[in-house]
Ligand binder design. Sequence first.
Ligand code: GRG
Length: 295
Amino acid sequence: MILQYQKACQARVDGCLDALFQPPRSELARLYEAMRYSVMNGGKRVRPLLVYAASEALGGEPAQADGAACAVELIHAYSLVHDDLPAMDDDDLRRGQPTTHKAFDEACAILAGDGLQSLAFEALAARDFNPADAALRLEMLVALARAAGPAGMVGGQAIDLGSVGHKLDRQALETMHRHKTGALIEASVHLGALSSGNATPEVLAALGLYARAIGLAFQVQDDILDVESDTLTLGKHQGADIARDKPTYPALLGLAPAKAYATELCDQALAAIEPLGAPAQPLRELARFIVERRS
Ligand code: GRG
């Protein structure tokens, strides 16, 4: 069922994203091509899936969630383009293809990342793909800005870069991941819920617990895959974390306890949304997918 749901949501968000990369003038063809290359290249679309699933859990219309689904994927894509740059992780492989700065050049990749970030906020502000209520759209814009910015994802990246050569304990590792990857995953669930127009504080709190747990589970599983998977399946270099001596959950806890921790986080997520009943089924399937995925 998750595969079918996943495919339908991927096709939906890919259709919306595709429309964003039409260069308004010929001089911008290369920049738009670099942006398209960075997005339309086979990502799992986990964050848009969470947007649609959270919206559906609260009886929302997918057409009102399209803007948020595009926005979180655009922010995610920009973060990967910049993360892969020589000044950061200096990677040459992403989603099985040369990274954007390798396929184009470094300046073009920096600008493509910048452009994707701006497009994200434009997509979230547009009336056509979001709730008609302007106050709700403003609330969604602020939520995404906070999650993506210095108190969220950008801050997490700064903590990560600042920790090179230092040993992080479990708490510091958790703080870094909650910012670096958790904030955008939490925002995806939050935006999806808001887009439905039916979010109450109680439901947002339950979804917040769910999102916090799967945000961390996503990272724990990512660390496990870095140990257990292979470069072809991952579409990025397997063992890169170990090679860079990055702190990871398997390194800190051991492989079996790291797997047990991922399962525990998944169970926590499922418990948090129990009261939401049948419409939250896609969210449950997604929580399981996050800890069972192989890439
Ligand atoms: C440069 C501001 C800035 C931030 C970068 C998220 C991030 C912060 C860097 C990515 C580094 C990384 C590989 C983190 C591990 C978790 C992660 C985000 C994996 C990639 O996400 P997936 O698995 O990728 O959803 P796809 O390709 O499926 O979209």
